[in-house]
Ligand binder design. Structure first.
Ligand SMILES: [Zn+2]
Length: 66
C-alpha cells in the first residue's frame, strides 16, 4: 500500500446502520409504551396518562390489560 492509496468508508452502510438503529429504538419505545407501561410500574412519569393515551391500541393489539 503506497502513500497515495486510501481506505474508503462505506457511507451508505453507515447511514443504513443509523436508520436501523433509530428505527429499532423507536419501535422498542412504542412497544414499551403500548404493551408494558402500567401506572404503578411506569418508568416515565407518574400516573396512568401514557397508559390511558395508548389504551385502545393496547386492547387492539391484544396485550393483557384489565
Ligand atoms: Zn384496558
Amino acid at each position: 500500500m503506497t502513500a497515495s492509496e486510501h481506505t474508503s468508508i462505506d457511507i451508505a452502510g453507515l447511514a443504513a446502520v443509523g436508520w436501523l438503529t433509530g428505527t429499532t429504538f423507536l419501535a422498542l419505545l412504542v412497544l414499551y409504551f403500548v404493551g408494558l407501561d402500567q401506572g404503578a410500574t411506569s418508568v416515565f412519569g407518574s400516573g396512568t396518562v401514557i397508559h390511558e393515551f395508548v389504551h385502545d391500541a393496547r386492547h387492539l393489539l391484544g396485550f393483557p390489560c384489565h
